[in-house]
Design a protein around this ligand. Sequence first.
Ligand SMILES: Nc1ncnc2c1ncn2[C@@H]1O[C@H](COP(=O)(O)OP(=O)(O)OP(=O)(O)O)[C@@H](O)[C@H]1O
Length: 265
Amino acid sequence: MNNMRLTERAVQATDTKITARKVQVHYGASHAIKDVDIDILDKTVTAFIGPSGCGKSTFLRCLNRMNDTIAICRVEGAILLDGEDIYDKKVDPVQLRARVGMVFQKPNPFPKSIYDNVAYGPKIHGLVRNKAELDEVVESALRKAALWNEVKDRLNAPGTGLSGGQQQRLCIARAVATSPEVLLMDEPCSALDPIATAQVEELIDELRANFSVVIVTHSMQQAARVSQRTAFFHLGNLVEFGETGQIFTNPRDPRTESYITGRIG
Ligand SMILES: Nc1ncnc2c1ncn2[C@@H]1O[C@H](COP(=O)(O)OP(=O)(O)OP(=O)(O)O)[C@@H](O)[C@H]1O
């Protein structure tokens, strides 16, 4: 009995949000992800780094089944969210994506008002009962995305009329409006200038209080600034995964060292 309690405590203490085991991804005959095992922690920013084409985005998209939309893509292995298999037949991918939200490289607001961009998810998922509740959810999401003060007086203006950095924060607000548990970000700053990048990076650090965040980035400086854990991918393999400080100062694998010192990639 005591042993069982200890085991339960140990599992909680690690606070794993997503567990992936033996994940393989093929695009037709091409093997893009090879036997990847990883534990993604809650309330932590995990960065995926590695040279172009190593499979970072492909693996990220496995975590909310975005690869389902690519006909030639085949995902094998196990991916568990809070211990439940996200590829189980019972799981509705649309519901899953409300729990595991995604922010893309290029800001992609809907051609709708700022308010409607954020209100869309809570409405279609039936998360609110009336307009007052919807107003609250929209305000809270825009506050979490550090955008409220800049847009509160023009909520009915089109989202596409905002600056690039504001549009990306609007997309982050849209993703957090469904109260996800995990936020996946695929190079969220690559279309932004340095000031907007700094704002989004600061925001990512704040989001960590409430969410598990996974970010794909080409910038090692960005990974070092925003993440607590870093995964280095190379040719479809997860070569090394650990504390960000350790990966950047004391990598264990020569391939990681070559990448961070600029010799590959
Ligand atoms: N839709 C697709 N159809 C076929 N092959 C694909 C598709 N998407 C990715 N691939 C292939 O899978 C491999 C991994 O690509 P992926 O985009 O995941 O890498 P990445 O590390 O995110 O690259 P980058 O840093 O350049 O964005 C590459 O060989 C790529 O050509």
